[in-house]
Write a protein that binds this ligand. Structure first.
Ligand SMILES: C[S@@+](CC[C@H](N)C(=O)[O-])C[C@H]1O[C@@H](n2cnc3c(N)ncnc32)[C@H](O)[C@@H]1O
Length: 271
């Protein structure tokens, strides 16, 4: 299957990416020339108008209750449905925006022996440390992790992209960390859901106040452009929708039935 992204709109900035990649795993992605669309601004869709805090403040405040509020259906169940990568072949993984260690725990359960985690939030890292699923943990930014380059068979980033204003630094850092032949798996809070629900990533603090954590909308095409520009090839893409199980867990979400809630991108770095 070949996807060609070409658009000619004089009002938009043109950016040129590398040429067509040879087909692999049945997918070939030709990106270029493409157009850098104006950034989709979350405030256009925000129906909640919660007070908004930065990532470190928000996740420090959410860390004690985070695990009770995230459903595995959002990310782990979707990862379980992937046929690539072969988790058993991964010797070393980098877990970007590792949070409390849910993803690392899941990877360890699939036989990944070494998972290094990075996160901005001291509160989330403290929980991850207690959990003990990571080999090494460090406080830092996913866009400049300080982890060793060309060292990882898997770079995974789950449910963090909506906190970044621009995806290019994330995909660029993932590329720097990856060995030839590695995969980058990114689980995204689906842009369609953010827009249709008008809901930022948020939590309820101990006083009962709902607090939003700085949220950005990245269209699927934003991911394709940013990752392709970094050198990644798209190998697989899954979108999970709000189904019976979601509505059973969150009855007020009946109105979102059938809408995509998360997306999982599997990117490959050619050997
Ligand atoms: C929704 S949590 C996801 C945690 C974990 N990956 C999971 O799936 O449970 C988002 C995490 O990303 C972290 N984060 C967001 N932006 C970050 C950045 N620029 N650098 C490092 N960590 C970041 C937050 O501190 C938080 O722990």
């Amino acid at each position: 299957m070949t996807l060609t992204l070409e658009e000619h709109r004089p009002d938009r900035q043109r950016v040129f990416h590398r040429g067509p990649h040879p087909a692999k795993n049945g997918w070939s992605l030709h990106v270029g020339p493409v157009i850098l669309a104006p950034m989709t601004d979350f405030s256009t869709f925000d129906t909640r108008r919660y007070r908004t805090v930065d990532v470190a403040t928000g996740y420090d405040g959410w860390s004690a209750t985070y695990e009770a509020s995230v459903l595995d259906a959002m990310d782990l169940d979707v990862l379980a449905g992937l046929t690539t990568p072969d988790w058993g072949m991964i010797a070393r993984a980098a877990d970007l925006g590792c949070g409390t260690g849910r993803t690392a725990d899941w990877l360890r359960g699939r036989g990944v022996p070494r998972v290094d985690g990075v996160d901005l939030s001291a509160g989330m890292l403290a929980r991850a440390r207690q959990r003990g699923a990571h080999t090494a943990l460090s406080q830092g930014d996913v866009r400049a992790t300080g982890l060793p380059g060309t060292s990882y068979d898997l770079v995974i980033a789950s449910l963090i992209d909506e906190h970044l204003p621009d995806l290019a630094p994330l995909y660029g850092e993932a590329w720097r960390l990856a060995r030839p032949g590695a995969h980058c798996v990114l689980v995204a809070y689906h842009p369609q859901f953010i827009m249709v629900s008008g809901m930022p990533t948020h939590f309820t603090d101990a006083s009962g106040e709902d607090i939003a954590i700085s949220t950005h909308v990245h269209l699927i095409s934003d991911h394709v452009r940013a990752a392709s520009a970094a050198g990644w090839r798209l190998t697989d893409l899954h979108e999970a929708v709000v189904d019976d199980a979601w509505v059973a867990a969150k009855p007020t979400w009946e109105r979102f039935r059938g809408h995509p809630i998360s997306a999982v991108f599997v990117w490959s770095r050619p050997s």
